[in-house]
Design a protein around this ligand. Structure first.
Ligand code: B3K
Ligand code: ZN
Length: 884
């Protein structure tokens, strides 16, 4: 028998098995006696039988609870009156209405999973989504059970002066024995996953927000006192998000208090608990000398995302976890739009699509492919995926495109009107959108049921005599999915036709009056294949399709280097300009990799260098756009397009293209650096951010020349930096160069920042992502550094995560040592922190796409993980899907 067959099989949950609960919980009263060695939780639930379900016992979820007592309506139940089996407490005979009181002891002090109640930097905090509340008390731990909560927290006054929970603070008293109690009340019904508690030594940076109806909301950012000077950006971001949601969606905040707490040990980015968000400190703390411009944008985006959940997620929540994209896809869409409004729309769109293609398209093409509304799971935590979030957002974006901005708003209004205070489904959302606009969105449901990235094959034919251009668009089954399961999707394709002069042509359909025709249209596809004929054209146009990536598809259109360079120079859609460049550079690198794999030489074409030069010098591009347009597609992204991935050839080809572009345009790059390099003191206005971006990308290219002159310039840039953006960029560049300045700069950076965990994470990441030879050995050494710990997820991700996900050539080192290292990490972590371990285990998901030798090595790594005794269900699910 193989290890696979002996491993105990965890239970799989199916979407179609949804059953309503036998009881509702109307209100919950919780009492916490927080202690250093064990915490006692008393829960009083007002239960009401669900009339829709004829009969059935009460079944509560619980995990790692020591049950001290169970009482109904004040009477303690005897042994025979209830059963506890595994993670379930069952009480067979209960009146239709009653009060259930349970008392349990839990151990936050030894909770390393960071789910439920745990300690971070000596402070208590919680994480309950998806199923962490059951690790705190017995409960109907499912999102369709919504209740009001009152909470009393008791703890030592010295050690835990600050005691927080959801809602409003309604009382405080001294308990006399060195302990105190604070009481909280949340008037809004919520599911258990939104419960939160924080206790510890914290200080707050606060400000006010006046809502559109004139109410004053107090906004508090809670951190360890030494971080108080890094909170202002988070506070301002919160206030901006509150205003934006009022203006764009008419959504006002509903409590008088909004709190954000930053904790260092957190499995993901942040959590939208009602009135008491808990954040990974990475998405709160920012000061110019510790956080980059990108970090600032990250804080703004995540603060906004969690705030937007107050309406899309909290006031209207999910009926069951299969509906997760109902709140996540929608909220990502809202935060993306917010960030676009705060900064640059095309830049934001490019960043989002780049991430979508890198992470989500890859997920869609591998063993974890699932529809945005999955059909089954073993561990829900494994389904907080790029597909549910980012593709989910793309699906909402298509609704917005199909209905128009006003129509979308009408749909949102109806959605809130119908479902405020309810736990609902993706179908309910779609129905609100359709009904508010008198539209049929039945076919659109297929985006919720079909997995994979559809291919859209485009062909165009110009008829010079007739002056027509026929565009045929054909939807093809996604790679890895079964042809018989694929049905045509309803998708909007935004497009234009570019004339020889570079201008968009009027798009008159054949048989229509050409006069006044728009120069851009949204074609609505509903069939496998459709042809659109445009008339009145005097010369063959160049099509620009799926502008702004108007549908999450893989667009396949034959375009040679000349045509791509033309679109890179002329496409009126900023996104498609960038995309043309990515296709152009990507094709060159892939052709180079193929040549190198055959043992041939390859040359970068003159045309490619000229196209690049145009980007470097184009006066119409702002610095952010220029830096995006100059960036070559990553090895990880290009690997997705290779038949059999050859990491070495790919790496060498990309390097060669980079160097050839730098050599061919060194004069222009140097001029760009001269123009944009730091001058005067740091400022964080948009123009300064743009300049920093283009300066740093120019310098990074120049460093490829490996000349003493430019290496010295990078070192000087590092030494002179007065902000983290420049400091990190310079150090990142040095980390890819085999020069003495690299070690010197790393030591200086460490000496300066060793006391700041978030900055130290950067120091680890820059080394873990260095592609210099010997990467696995260096990364193994980093994991033995005195500042490394397996207990802090940010630190683990900064070393092992960064290596596995962002150092393609290092992770895939031919000797397999990269795989061994990551598999060892998964095994090390899987018991203590299954969620973190399972994310890392996903690094092997694409092993089948590599050469035989690497495939075998990765398969071996997966099998070694699968053979671990008592493997956590999170890791089990990932590994078994990959091996299947
Ligand atoms: N809703 C949380 C994610 C919870 C993840 C649970 N494993 C953060 C967010 O999406 O806003
Ligand atoms: Zn979210």
């Amino acid at each position: 028998m193989t290890a696979l067959e002996t491993a105990a099989e965890p239970r799989e949950i199916h979407r179609l098995d949804y059953r309503p609960p036998t009881f509702w919980v109307d209100s919950v009263a919780l009492e916490f006696d927080l202690g250093e060695e064990g915490t006692v939780v008393t829960a009083r639930l007002s239960l009401r039988r669900n009339d829709e379900v004829a009969e059935g016992p009460l079944e509560l979820d619980g995990e790692e609870l020591e049950t001290l007592s169970v009482a109904v309506d004040g009477r303690v139940l005897g042994q025979g009156e209830y059963t506890i089996e595994g993670e379930r407490l069952t009480i067979p005979d209960l009146p239709a209405r009653c009060e259930l009181e349970t008392k349990v002891r839990i151990h936050p002090e030894s909770n390393t999973q960071l789910s439920g109640l745990y300690l971070s930097s000596g402070n208590f905090c919680t994480q309950c989504e998806a199923e962490g509340f059951r690790r705190i008390t017995w409960f109907l731990d499912r999102p369709d059970v919504m209740a009001t909560y009152t909470v009393a927290i008791r703890a030592d006054k010295q050690r835990y002066p600050v005691l927080l929970s959801n809602g409003n603070r309604v009382g405080e008293r001294d308990l006399g024995d060195g302990r105190h109690e604070v009481r909280w009340e949340d008037p809004f019904v919520k599911p258990s996953y939104l419960f939160a508690l924080v206790a510890g030594q914290l200080a707050s940076h606060a400000g006010d927000f006046t809502t559109v109806s004139g109410r004053t909301v107090r906004c508090e950012i809670w951190v360890e006192a030494h971080n108080l000077d890094k909170c202002d950006h988070a506070l301002r971001s919160l206030q901006a998000a509150m205003r934006w949601d009022e203006e764009q969606f008419g959504r006002e905040y509903d409590l008088d208090l909004y709190m954000i707490v930053a904790v260092d040990d957190f499995n993901m980015g942040a959590m939208e608990n009602k009135g008491l968000n808990i954040f990974n400190s990475k998405f709160v703390l920012a000061r110019p000398d510790t956080a980059t411009d990108d970090d600032y944008e990250g804080v703004e985006g995540v603060v906004a995302h969690e705030y937007f959940h107050n309406w899309t997620g909290n006031r209207v929540t999910c009926r069951d976890w299969f509906q997760l994209t109902l709140k996540e896809g929608l909220t990502v869409f809202r935060d993306q739009r917010f960030s676009a409004d705060m900064g640059s729309e095309p830049v934001k769109r490019i960043e989002d699509v780049a991430m979508l293609r890198l992470r989500q398209y890859a997920e869609d093409a591998g063993p974890m492919a699932h529809p945005i509304r999955p059909e089954s799971y073993i561990s829900m935590d494994n389904f907080y995926t790029a597909t549910v979030y980012e593709k989910g957002s793309e699906v909402i974006r298509m609704v917005d495109t199909l209905l128009g901005r006003d129509g979308f708003r009408r749909g949102m209004d109806l959605y809130f009107e119908r479902h405020d205070g309810q736990a609902v489904t993706c179908d309910d959302f779609r129905a609100a959108m359709a009904d508010a606009n008198g539209r049929d969105l039945a076919q659109f449901e297929r985006w919720y049921t079909q997995a994979g990235t559809p291919r859209l094959v485009a062909t165009g034919r110009f008829d010079a005599a007739a002056g027509t251009y026929s565009l045929t668009l054909r939807q093809e089954c996604p790679t890895g999915q079964r042809e018989e399961d694929f049905r045509a999707l309803h998708m909007p394709i935004r497009m234009g036709l570019i004339g020889p002069d570079g201008a968009d042509q009027p798009l008159g359909f054949e048989g229509e009056a050409a006069a006044g025709a728009p120069t851009e249209r949204v074609l609505e596809l509903t069939e496998r294949e459709q042809t659109f004929v445009f008339a009145g054209l005097t010369a063959e146009p160049v099509p620009s399709l799926a502008r702004g990536l108007s549908a999450p598809v893989l667009l396949e259109l034959e375009e040679d280097e000349q045509r791509l360079a033309f679109r890179l120079a002329h496409d009126s859609d900023a996104f498609n300009r960038w995309d043309a460049g990515q296709r152009l550079f990507g094709a060159a690198i892939l052709a180079g990799a193929a040549a190198l794999a055959r043992g041939d030489e390859f040359q970068v074409s003159k045309g490619l260098v000229e196209a690049f030069r145009a980007v470097v010098t184009d006066p119409s591009l702002d610095g952010s756009m220029r830096s995006l347009a100059m960036a070559l597609p990553s090895e990880l992204e290009l690997a997705q397009r290779m038949e059999i991935v050859d990491p070495d050839a790919l790496h060498r080809a990309r390097r060669a293209v980079r160097r050839a572009l730098a050599e061919g345009t060194r004069t222009e790059l140097a001029a760009l650096w001269e123009r944009a390099k730091p001058s005067g003191a740091y400022s964080n206005d948009r123009a300064s951010i743009d300049r920093r971006r283009e300066a740093n990308v120019a310098l990074a290219y120049l460093s490829c020349l490996e000349s003493p002159e430019w290496t010295a310039a990078v070192a000087a840039h590092f030494d002179g930096a007065d902000n983290m953006t420049d400091s990190q960029a310079a150090l990142a560049t040095l980390c890819q160069l085999d020069v003495p300045d690299r070690q010197r700069a790393l030591e200086a950076f460490y000496a300066k920042w060793k006391g700041d965990p978030l900055v130290l994470d950067k120091w680890f990441t820059l080394q873990a992502t260095s592609v210099l030879p010997g990467a696995p050995t260096r990364v193994a050494a980093l994991a033995h550094h005195p500042d490394f710990t397996w207990r802090n997820p940010n630190r683990v991700r900064s070393v092992v995560g960064a290596f596995a996900m962002a150092n393609h050539s290092g992770f895939h080192s031919a000797d397999g040592s990269g795989y061994t290292l990551v598999a060892d990490a998964v095994i090390e972590l899987q018991g203590a922190n299954p969620q973190l371990a399972s994310r890392l285990a996903g690094s092997f998901n694409h092993y089948k796409r590599y050469d035989q030798h690497r495939q075998q090595a990765m398969r071996g790594a997966l099998e070694r993980i699968a053979a671990v005794d008592g493997l956590s269900k999170d890791v089990y699910e990932i590994v078994h899907r990959a091996l299947a």
